[in-house]
Design a protein. Structure first.
Ligand code: GLN
Length: 198
C-alpha cells in the first residue's frame, strides 16, 4: 500500500512523519502522473485559496476527482475545505467530493489556534483525541450520506462537526498530524486498505 500526500503547500511533511511511524509507504504528490501508484491520498492543511490555485495551475483538479471515484482521500483543515461541496463564507472552486457546508476561519481571530479534547466515535467505539485547531474551519452541516465521527461544543451555538466521512472521503477540521496519537491516521489507513481489497 502506498499513500500519496499532496505536497504543493502547507503541512505535508508531518503527515509523512506520521505515516513513517506507522510503517506505511508514502509519496509526495506534485504532479498528476504520481497519483497512479497511490491507494489513498492526504490533502494537508495550509491555505485553501492558495492550494486551489496551485491545483488548478498544475491541472490536478480533474485527476483528484477521478482518483476519488475508486480511492479514499483524507483532508485536514484546509484540505477539508477543498473537499467540501460548499463554503459558507467564501466563493471559491472546491473539489466538491463530500456533501458538507464548511465555514473558513470559523473560530475568530482571538482564538485562531487552540487545543481541545475531542470525543471521536470510530467503528462504534468512543475515543478521546487531542484536537489541534489552527485558523480552523467549521463544518456547519453535512448531507445524508455523510457520517459524523466527532463534534466539539461550539463557542456560541450548539455542536460543531470536526470529523466526518462518506464512503470515500474523510475530513477533519483539526490537525491530527500535530499530535503523537496516530488514531485518525490509522482509521484512514484502514479505509484505504478496505478499498484497495475491493
Ligand atoms: N485558514 C485556512 C484556510 O481557510 C486553513 C488553516 C489550516 O489549514 N490550518 O484555508
Amino acid at each position: 500500500m502506498q499513500i500519496g500526500i499532496l505536497a504543493l503547500q502547507g503541512d505535508f511533511e508531518l503527515h509523512q512523519t506520521t505515516l513513517n511511524r506507522l510503517e506505511v509507504k508514502s509519496t509526495l504528490i506534485r504532479k498528476p502522473s504520481q497519483l497512479v501508484d497511490c491507494d489513498g491520498l492526504i490533502i494537508p492543511g495550509g491555505e485553501s485559496t492558495t492550494l486551489v490555485k496551485l491545483l488548478r495551475n498544475i491541472e490536478l483538479i480533474a485527476p483528484i476527482r477521478h482518483f476519488a471515484t475508486h480511492r479514499p482521500i483524507f483532508g485536514t483543515c484546509a484540505g477539508s475545505i477543498l473537499l467540501a461541496t460548499e463554503i459558507a463564507n467564501h466563493s471559491m472552486e472546491t473539489l466538491g467530493l463530500i456533501e458538507a457546508t464548511i465555514e473558513r476561519n470559523a473560530y475568530g481571530r482571538q482564538i485562531d489556534s487552540f487545543i481541545y479534547t475531542l470525543q471521536l466515535n470510530l467503528n462504534d467505539k468512543k475515543y478521546e483525541f487531542e484536537g489541534v485547531f489552527i485558523r480552523a474551519p467549521e463544518i456547519k452541516s453535512v448531507g445524508q450520506d455523510v457520517k459524523v465521527l466527532g463534534v466539539v461544543s461550539g463557542q456560541s451555538e450548539g455542536e460543531n462537526i470536526v470529523l466526518a466521512e462518506n464512503d470515500q472521503i474523510l475530513i477533519a477540521t483539526f490537525h491530527p498530524e500535530l499530535t503523537q496519537d496516530d488514531l485518525v491516521h490509522r482509521y484512514f489507513i484502514d479505509k484505504v486498505r478496505t478499498k484497495s481489497k475491493n
